[in-house]
Design a protein around this ligand. Sequence first.
Ligand code: UD1
Length: 423
Amino acid sequence: MTETVFKVIGGATLTGSIAVPGAKNSVLKLMTAALLAPGKTTLTNVPDIADVGIMLELLTRLGCQVSHNRSISEVQIDVPAEIGHRADYDLVRRMRASINVLGPILARCGNVDVALPGGDDIGSRGVDMHIAGLTKMGAEFGSDHGYLIARAPAGLVGAHIFLDLPSVGATENILTAAVLASGETVLDNAAREPEIIDLCEMLVKMGAHIDGIGTPTLTVTGVAALKPVTHQVIGDRIVAGTWAAAAVATQGEVTVTGVDPNLLSLPLSKLHEMGAEIATQENSFSVSMKQRPTAVDIVTLPYPGFPTDLQPQFIVLNAISTGSAMITENLFEARFRFTQELARLGADLHIDGHHCLVKGVTRLSGAPVVSTDVRAGAALVIAGLVADGETLVSGVEHVDRGYADFVANLNSLGAVVSREELS
Ligand code: UD1
């Protein structure tokens, strides 16, 4: 049996320019939103990542005809008048974002069966807020043989919904149900991640009525039908932040294009505190670093707080810093699991509940490590770039879920990384 790993040779300084593709956490939701309108939806600026392939497979099983033209980063989804209503376990297990079909299918068919996602590598993730919100809109939920069953025989009706916390997934499922419900839905304490704004903008183009876009209160007035559109996926701020962190770790100089730097205000200001020079332009930014980073505390929170999806990469920066920092993870309890792997490279880390105390060390040394999720994998590669000798990162399938052409892009910036098959 063979295993694919990233072989990272430490010591390179990243320099040059890198373009980020569309955001994973947006495109997957835009693809499910296509289900709301019969006919052909076209998405552009689509990243070439494994999760897009899984979502295309799911849409195909629901009766859509799909095509993916990688050379122009475009996906087309032709949605039939009648769509299927079942998302199977084999797909939901591979990609938790499959749960995002819940809102659109319930709104279109009044009937949906989605395999329960269960836990994943960053901890168990509930769907209680998705269910509570849709129940308020008239849906009835049950479970059967591992499936979440939702029925709305009389159709969905607008309601006033308060989320306990601004969940990205719950906001999206309630939003994509409310656009076709009868009457007005007010969603309070909604998530306001840029990817949700992207989804709202596509829905509005499709004919939806949504007020308060980008605020914690979304007011949706349902319409009878929506039409398919062409939409460009927003640039991936997490991939962009990963390149920025890699530039700082390796004391390099990198320009990142294809993303609005305002969406990364907090992470970029943290990099500045660490000692990096940051220059922002309209749809790009540059990072330059000439010394070891100064340690900087991080607290993850829903947007516009510090993104949990950049927490592992910033732990790596603190691990090679000149001081000590406290990292507080408020969203996913198991996200510190990767620190055990980072410790194998010589990082000095102490976990206490959802806090991680990181003491900077002068040297990391290469070793085999296992990536436990997509961001942990990227972070371990960054650590490998600054570790002495060779770091073998396994679990590359996680990284493939979110980073298109990761190895080629790293090498284009001067890194020495290869994809190897180990027996
Ligand atoms: C999305 C992103 C993920 C990102 C996260 C937070 C995608 C595909 N994934 O995940 O990369 O890290 O937002 O920015 O877009 N929760 C409940 N009950 C619920 C819903 C959520 O307890 O009904 C909890 C979760 O377990 C988690 C927290 O709320 O602890 C945040 O989850 P949520 O914002 O929903 O994240 P996702 O949509 O799963």
